[in-house]
Design a protein around this ligand. Structure first.
Ligand SMILES: C[S@@+](CC[C@H](N)C(=O)[O-])C[C@H]1O[C@@H](n2cnc3c(N)ncnc32)[C@H](O)[C@@H]1O
Length: 278
């Protein structure tokens, strides 16, 4: 196990499945190719029927279950087209606890349809015993109408030099994320890179410092980078060698810079509201 710790493994997940240790993962984050025709470096994923996508999910998700600790949490990303397949497979193998919807700020364009500006993340656990650090994932929102109680005191908000803010409990609707773009330091050439802020919410809520985060479709390494920045260990698998290099470069940069855009002072800031940084 020590050989795997904090490693980026450049291999096909299907070739590794039978060789992974048992019961070593606290948090499994999975961002597989969605059911769309898309190229990832030299390899590409072909869109298939929902039934065939479900078969593809079943070819690897159940085989990852033995690597999980009994207290582990699982997050699986997808979109509305594959919702039925993902929900079925998650429910079959895990205790399904929620489905998060997060807003893509710009959305994916369409001429004769509603623009798709939402993606989903299914959240499940192995058992009833699992980590959920509610206090670690509060959202700091600007207060538009600052209400005061009868004695004139602010009701559930605080005044700061940059404005009035309220700390709110996190819901399953995330509207505070920005998909990495060219001027953000976390941006790489990976075509479907997740925001570090999205991973920070998941990792801070569903693991503790020192825990191990496993990502079998690592891409440009977002889960590993955020695990490192938040004091967790990681293991990531990625098929494409160039994406593995992007991940390693980001992990090296994280030695010096542990900041996560949109997360500061122990709270998540509403989109474009973090003073001086966004
Ligand atoms: C949706 S992307 C993940 C993006 C990642 N979450 C990030 O933030 O950069 C899916 C990744 O899975 C990789 N992949 C596809 N099939 C794979 C397989 N059989 N084994 C390992 N990686 C695979 C692709 O190369 C792609 O980089």
């Amino acid at each position: 196990m020590a050989e795997l710790l904090n490693q980026t493994i450049n291999q096909d997940l299907f070739e590794l499945l039978d060789w992974l240790p048992v019961g070593f993962v606290d948090l499994l984050f999975v961002d597989p190719p969605y059911n769309l025709s898309k190229s990832f470096g030299a390899a590409s994923f072909r869109e298939r029927s929902v039934a065939d996508y479900q078969l593809w999910l079943e070819a690897w998700l159940p085989r990852l279950l033995p690597i999980l600790k009994p207290t582990a949490s699982v997050y699986l990303c997808g979109d509305w087209r594959s919702a039925a397949a993902i929900q079925t497979v998650m429910q079959q193998h895990l205790i399904l606890r929620n489905c998060i919807t997060w807003e893509r700020e710009k959305g994916r364009g369409a001429k004769a349809n509603w623009k798709n500006a939402a993606e989903q993340i299914w959240f499940g656990t192995v058992s009833e015993r699992y980590t959920f650090n509610l206090e670690a994932v509060k959202l700091k929102r600007r207060v538009i109408a600052p209400y005061r109680d009868a004695s004139g005191q602010p009701k559930d908000w605080q005044r700061q030099s940059s404005g009035n803010y309220r700390l709110t409990h996190p819901s399953n609707l995330w509207t505070d994320l920005t998909v990495p773009f060219w001027s953000m330091s976390e941006n790489t050439d990976h075509p479907t890179q997740k925001p570090e802020k999205l991973l920070a919410k998941i990792i801070l809520a569903s693991s503790n410092p020192g825990d191990l985060v496993f990502d079998p479709f690592l891409g440009a390494g977002t889960a590993a980078v955020v695990a490192k920045k938040t004091g967790r260990s990681y293991v990531g698998i990625e098929l494409d060698p160039v994406y593995c290099c992007l991940s390693e470069k980001r992990l090296a940069l994280a030695e010096q810079n542990r900041s996560i855009q949109g997360y500061a002072e122990g709270v998540f800031w509403e989109r474009n509201s973090q003073p001086n940084l966004e």
